[in-house]
Design a protein around this ligand. Structure first.
Ligand SMILES: [Zn+2]
Length: 260
């Protein structure tokens, strides 16, 4: 299994990362993509990837929440990071008009700069979109033909949004959101409509702890070892066998991020 979205640089993993890694391995999660959410966090993600070769890989990007801090300096640092072999994608980047921690102007500027960089270095983008589909689509559409790949991570949108992404040949990342009977109801229906070769899975650890765990983990912290619970739910919704889905999504991730 491959977890395409883990926030292992989070302070919540500082104390026991090696145990977390051990449990992931035991659970059959053999590779993970560590999400970069700021220049600093992306540097940390790359350092982690370098200390766990062939097991951890990094993305480099600036989350829309952090777009207000985007500067020429961050652009230069990110451009250097993006060229590192341990960095397998640009992002997470995109737009989040749900909480608006940065202004929409700053978010648009920061997102477009990262799309341009992804085109330049020919690496895929790891996308975040929340309550911003209208503004997100024209930008993505404009750059999509030159991008080598695009995955909409933690997809929780509508049928129309899903169709828009699929029309642009995007891959879709599904998290434990799908395991939530109430909040995930729409997603449980929609995962059936994601073509098998475009589907990837992620925990988004330490966030979005799956609701189908046999018992709540300490502090309700999510970790990559819980990926099988996401896979189990997605497989159930699609009427597929979990092990077949695990293999397919891992294969998709290998190809998409060009993992060696
Ligand atoms: Zn995100």
């Amino acid at each position: 299994m491959i977890d395409i979205g883990v926030n292992l640089t989070s302070g919540r993993f500082h104390k026991d990362l090696s145990e977390v890694m051990g449990r992931a391995r035991e659970a059959g999660v053999h590779a993970q993509i560590v999400t970069g959410t700021s220049v600093h966090a992306s540097e940390e993600a790359l350092a982690l990837a370098q200390s766990y070769p062939n097991e951890l890989y990094a993305t480099a990007g600036v989350h829309p929440h952090d777009a207000k801090n985007w500067s020429e300096e961050s652009a230069a640092s990110l451009a250097a990071l993006a060229r590192e072999p341990g960095v397998v994608a640009l992002g997470e980047c995109g737009l989040d008009f749900n909480r608006n921690f940065s202004s929409s102007e700053d978010q648009l500027r920061c997102f477009e700069a990262q799309l341009i960089l992804a085109v330049e270095v020919q690496k895929p983008v790891f996308l975040h979109q929340r309550d911003a589909h209208e503004a997100f689509m024209p930008l993505l559409k404009h750059y999509r033909p030159q991008l080598v790949g695009a995955v909409v991570h933690c997809f929780t949108g509508t049928r129309e949004e899903l169709e828009d992404y699929l029309a642009l040949d995007c891959a879709v990342g599904v998290t434990g959101w799908v395991c939530d009977q109430r909040r995930g109801a729409e997603l449980r229906e929609l995962v059936k409509h994601i073509p098998a070769d475009r589907l990837m899975v992620e925990t988004d650890a330490p966030y979005l702890t799956p609701h189908n765990l046999p018992k709540k983990p300490k502090g309700n912290r999510n970790e990559p070892a819980f990926l099988p619970y996401v896979i189990e739910t997605v497989a159930e919704c699609r009427g597929e066998a979990p092990d077949a889905l695990a293999r397919q999504t891992a294969q998709n991730a290998r190809v998409f991020f060009q993992l060696t």
